[in-house]
Design a protein around this ligand. Structure first.
Ligand SMILES: C[S@@+](CC[C@H](N)C(=O)[O-])C[C@H]1O[C@@H](n2cnc3c(N)ncnc32)[C@H](O)[C@@H]1O
Length: 348
């Protein structure tokens, strides 16, 4: 006979209901972000739901209901006297202002992608054949860009490059850089903007992402010094690179050892490999995000590729050090970190 501890049952049901509410609310965040509701509220609030609907040219009844959902979740507030809705400066930073490192709303697209792809992920459990990055809904590609870009804006040039021995000076003088698994090119473009004397190429095996990256480079006005090509990390072209970067992509590969060997061959003798990987161990909300992404995205993504690895996104420093040393590199160190990322410096 199983005995139920009523207090433990109540506590766990409470946790579940909290999560249920957050998951339902997540869909309204994606809608508010995609339809410009948060941005319009930030720009024009306090305004009534009716005004918000007029400005966004959306259905007034649904916008009214959406405002109520934001209010109950603490994502917007109502002034009962005037019947107007507004975002606080903090809510606006997280939900509406893409230019700050605090912007998070775009990350919720990853949740949408997980649900849109749930059937495919479930099938991967059954077949063991994985699910390639390219097979996901495009919300994953845009959500990843929008989740990671604020972190790169806040850290890449200000903290991560300076943490690497002599790299900042070399990039300032003019260096040759490859960014592998570059996705939509957020990191690639930031490097191009910060180091105009350097030439940068972003590679990704996913052609659709490379198309978007090219558009982003043109929009950012750096198409003259950054180019994007479809290529995998195991066979990208070129040699003599001063810096090779991989931002949050090595663990997604089916054969990271082959990638490491190819990087070693492609680096200049005194070149540097900048490897960014998710923080581990992580608990709490960040741990839940990372481990859930590992189930639905990272691990099946690696399984779908050639190679015997499916590491997931919680690879320890020791495991990376071992794998990278086996590819012939002699130096590996954690150069710096953020609560979300580990930044490694690898040298030949
Ligand atoms: C989590 S995303 C990170 C994208 C980008 N680096 C960023 O930080 O926004 C992982 C990327 O790795 C790419 N990728 C996965 N396996 C790859 C491989 N073997 N060679 C090149 N790119 C790969 C995917 O297409 C995807 O764009």
């Amino acid at each position: 006979m199983t005995t139920i501890d009523q207090t433990a049952l109540d506590a766990f049901m409470g946790q579940f209901v909290t999560d249920f509410g957050a998951a339902m609310h997540a869909a309204t965040v994606v809608i508010g972000d995609k339809l410009g509701l948060y941005k319009t509220l930030a720009e024009h609030g306090p305004i009534t739901a009716k005004d918000l609907a007029t400005r966004t040219r959306l259905d007034p009844r649904l916008v009214e209901e959406w405002c109520g959902a934001q209010g109950v979740s603490g994502y917007a507030s109502l002034d009962p006297a005037s019947g107007t809705w507004a975002l606080s400066p903090e809510q606006a930073a997280v939900l509406a202002d893409e230019s700050t490192p605090a912007f998070l709303a775009g990350a919720m697209w990853l949740v949408a992608a997980m649900f849109k792809d749930e059937e495919k992920i479930r099938t991967a459990f059954e077949t063991g054949r994985g699910l390639g990055w390219h097979e996901h809904d495009h919300d994953l590609f845009h959500g990843t860009e929008r989740l990671f870009k604020p972190g790169y804006l806040g850290n890449l040039v200000a903290a991560w490059i300076p943490a690497l021995d002599g790299v900042h000076e070399r990039l300032q003088a003019g260096a040759s850089i490859a960014d592998l698994g570059c996705g939509h090119g957020a990191s690639t473009i930031l490097l191009a903007q910060a180091y105009p004397e350097s030439t940068i190429v972003g590679f990704d095996y996913h052609a659709e992402s490379i198309d978007v990256a090219r558009k982003r480079a043109a929009e950012a006005g750096v198409a003259d010094r950054v180019r994007f090509e479809v290529a995998s990390a195991e066979d990208f072209p070129g040699t003599g690179y001063d810096l090779v970067c991989i931002f949050d992509a090595l663990h997604d590969m089916g054969d990271p050892a082959a990638a490491a060997s190819h990087i070693r061959a492609a680096l200049a003798e005194d070149g540097t490999w900048l490897l960014v990987e998710p923080m581990t161990p992580v608990e709490g909300p960040v741990g839940r995000v990372f481990l859930s992404a590992s189930v639905g995205i990272c691990t099946p993504g690696a399984q779908a590729q050639a190679g015997a690895f499916a590491l997931g996104n919680q690879v320890t420093d020791e495991r990376w050090a071992e794998l990278i040393a086996a590819s012939g590199f002699t130096r590996f160190r954690r150069a710096t970190e953020t609560p979300l990322n580990r930044i490694f410096e690898v040298r030949r």
